[in-house]
Structure formats: C-alpha cells, structure tokens
Ligand binder design. Structure first.
Ligand code: C2E
Ligand code: CA
Ligand code: CA
Length: 399
C-alpha cells in the first residue's frame, strides 16, 4: 500500500529502538516520521503537528507515562490518528490493551511483537481504513422518534438485507441471515443499531419482525425455486416471546409464502429484561415443534448462555464476533471458539462462526473443523436482488 502521504509518530523510550523504527518506516516509504521519547512529548506533537499525525506507533512499557496512559489521553483529546502497539510484553496483555483502546474509541490497527520487521509493519498498515474500501459509512446518529419509525413501517420502508452463511469446506452458501435496513426517504439507508432500540422501546418489534419474516420466507422460497438449497434465519427479539400467539402467527406467515418451517431458523439473543420464562419456553418449544430451527445468537456473551443451552431446544449456536475476530492472533479468543465448537459437537447442533472478516480467521476455522461461517470475508449483507445474483455467481465459481 502507498503510505507516502502518511505522517507517523513513533513513541519509544529506548533510543536505538526509536531510531530503528523511524528507519523502517522511511524504508517503507512513509511520508514523514516524527519521533518522541515519551508520552508527554508525543501528546505535544499530536496536538501541534500540521499536517496532523495519521498513525501513532507506540511501545507500552515506558517510564513516566506508559502506553496505556498515552492511549487514554489520545482518546480524551479526540485525536483521529490510528494506533499500532509494538511490545515485547506477553500476548494476552497486549490483547487487553487492544480491547482497551477500542473501548476508549481509538482506531486500533494492530499489535506487533518485537523485534519489528518491515513485513510486520506493512501487513498491519494494510488494515488502515485508507488501504481498503470502507465497508460502511459511519452514521451520524439521526434522532429517530417512535412516530417516525411507525410511519416508516406503514410506508413499507423497512426491508431485509441478506448475508450468507457459507459451508467452510465447500465454500457453498447454505443459508442467509435477514438483517433489517430502513430505506429512509431523506436520511438514506439506516442500520439497525440506530433504529432497533426505538423499535424495541415503542412496541413496534412485532410488526418489524413480521415484515422481516415475510421478506425472509418469500426470498428463501424464490432461491429454492431457482435450485439453491438454502435456509434463512430471522432475528427474534426475546421480548416477543412473552406473546403466546407468536409461534402460531410465525408458522402461518411462513406457510403463506410457500416455504417449509424447517427452512427457517429463529436467532434468539439472551433477554436483558426480566423475561417471563414460562411463556418464553412455551413459545420456543412450539416453534421447534412446528419444525423451525432455533439458534442461540451471540453465544458466549451472556452469562446465562450455558443455562439457556440446557433448557431450550436449540439447533444451532452462533459464536459471537468478539471471539471470532482476531482468534488467529489471540489465544484466549481462540480457546473460546474451540470450546464453543466442542460444545456444539457434543450437543449435536450446528455451529456458525460470526464476523469472519479475514482470511486468517477463515483458515483457522477450517483447521478447527468449524462447518459454517458468516462475515465480511465472504460477503456483506446485500439487498435481496443482489443476494440472488451473488448466489448465482457463487455457484458458478464453486462448481
Ligand atoms: P446480529 O444478529 O449479531 O447480526 C450480525 C451483525 O454483524 C450484522 O450487523 C452484520 O452486518 C454484522 N456483521 C456480519 N459480518 C461481519 C463482519 O465480518 N465484521 C463486522 N464488523 N460485522 C459483521 P447489522 O446488520 O448492523 O445488525 C446489527 C444487529 O441488529 C444484529 O446483530 C441484530 O442483533 C439486530 N438486528 C438486525 N435485524 C434485526 C431484526 O430484524 N430483528 C431484531 N430483533 N434484531 C435485528
Ligand atoms: Ca443474528
Ligand atoms: Ca450475532
């Protein structure tokens, strides 16, 4: 990648290491490189450098201000610079700093073990946002009211996008997850993180879910008619499970579209509100009895994930993205992925790894015997027509 327009700041107390890193960057073609022997000088340079610094490369273990404190101050002052951590410290500690930086809102490009090499640096710089197509525009939160969401639903502005789940061994798509999008007439395409909370709090989730289930079922029916052996998944908010008419209504909806229940899976996250457990279990048992698949979403993140596994007839578990992402570099994440796979195997249910966005994770999952994966590495969520075309191209490519 071309880094000739980048301005770097190297923060390292050890003078030889500092010089060495500066030299490496220059060899790689860096536009300009500033050097700081400690955190205070670094913050000063960050504040005053014109043009601004694009990438900060910092050591962690430094006298006076350590790398963690520097990162916290960077976040507090809203510097837009990306961060690379170079350290001789143990892997799990560096992993903690990565999560810490992300929590503080600093864009983390990667952690590199000393000794630093040109190859390591080049690889990690490749993940700078200017080096790849930005997957999704960052949305400035538009204020959405319950009234607006309701109108949007009435006007039919919500639709399902589809993201494939792919069988890792064969590369064949086997299913798709329906993900809600709002095509707002003036605000553009709005993603669920912005409207789901409003939908949830204004009692509109049932309506949205019906719309999503209809979209999912009719599209899956069409794919199957076109000769693709596909299933489809719909997210089911746990709050809906206290309505005892849910299972029958969902069954009728799916039947109306000509699809069989066994081709539809409902993904359920752990409920946060105090749930009505009896009703929840009655609904889930009925859905399963009608033939639907039941998936435990974001597996591993809720403290009662294990308990839920023992009392709900799940047919699938979706390993949360936070464990899958970076599993090839972080032994602790990899351990969680491995034991989730082991658990699924023992229970005789399917396991899907979510958030696979790099080849390294794909290769790791293949090696671990994980059967199904979903993530940007394979495809982003697409509108229904684009998804149909994607399926056709994929079939040709993997034939
Ligand atoms: P989720 O069910 O965990 O869905 C997966 C989310 O991860 C989707 O975000 C998907 O676009 C994103 N994703 C997939 N692969 C990757 C990857 O490789 N990297 C990264 N960074 N992200 C990836 P999306 O579409 O924004 O949906 C967010 C959440 O909103 C969903 O999380 C789900 O909890 C909720 N949601 C979406 N549609 C519905 C719906 O119809 N009903 C309900 N109740 N919730 C929904
Ligand atoms: Ca899901
Ligand atoms: Ca999930």
């Amino acid at each position: 990648m071309d880094i000739s327009s980048f301005r770097f700041l190297v923060v390292e107390d050890h003078s030889f290491q500092r010089w060495f890193m500066g030299n490496l960057l220059q060899e790689l073609g860096a536009g300009s490189v500033l050097l700081a022997a400690d955190g205070s000088v670094a913050l000063e340079l960050l504040a005053t450098s014109r043009p601004p610094i694009d990438v900060v490369i910092t050591d962690l273990d430094m006298p006076r201000m350590d790398g963690m404190e520097l990162i916290r101050h960077m976040a507090g002052r809203n510097h837009a610079a990306s961060l690379i951590v170079v350290s001789a410290l143990e892997h799990s500690l560096v992993g903690t700093v990565e999560v810490m930086a992300q929590e503080y809102g600093v864009r983390f490009l990667g952690a590199l073990a000393k000794p630093l090499t040109a190859k390591k640096l080049r690889d990690v710089l490749g993940s700078h946002p200017s080096a790849r197509g930005a997957p999704r525009p960052t949305q400035i939160a538009p204020l959405l009211t319950a009234g607006e969401v309701d109108e949007g639903l009435q006007r039919g502005e919500f639709e399902a996008f589809f993201q494939p789940t792919v069988e890792i061994k064969s590369g064949q798509a086997e299913g798709a997850e329906a993900l809600a999008r709002w095509r707002h007439p003036t605000k553009g395409l709005i993603y669920p993180d912005l409207f789901i909370p409003v939908v949830e709090s204004s009692g509109l989730m049932d309506e949205l879910t019906r719309k999503m289930t209809r979209d999912a079922a009719s599209n899956c029916h069409a794919w199957r008619e076109a000769g693709f052996d596909m299933t489809v998944s719909v997210n089911l908010s746990p709050g809906l499970l206290s309505d005892l008419s849910l299972a029958d209504r969902m069954t009728a909806l799916v039947k109306d579209s000509g699809l069989e229940a066994r081709h539809v899976t409902f993904e359920i996250t752990e409920s946060t509100a105090a749930s009505e457990l009896g009703k929840e279990l009655e609904n889930l048992a009925r859905l399963r009895m009608k033939g639907f698949g039941l998936s435990i979403d974001d597996f591993g993140t809720g403290h009662s994930s294990m308990e839920r596994l023992t009392r709900i007839p799940f047919t699938e578990l979706k390993i949360d993205q936070s464990f899958v992402k970076g599993a090839s570099r972080h032994p602790s994440r990899r351990a969680v992925v491995e034991s989730s796979l082991e658990l699924a195997r023992k229970l005789g249910i399917a396991a899907v790894a979510e958030g696979v966005d790099k080849r390294a994770e794909w290769d790791l999952l293949l090696g671990l015997g994980c059967t199904l994966a979903q993530g940007y590495f394979l495809a982003q969520p697409m509108e229904a027509t684009a998804f149909g075309e994607w399926l056709a191209v994929r079939r040709q490519d993997t034939a």
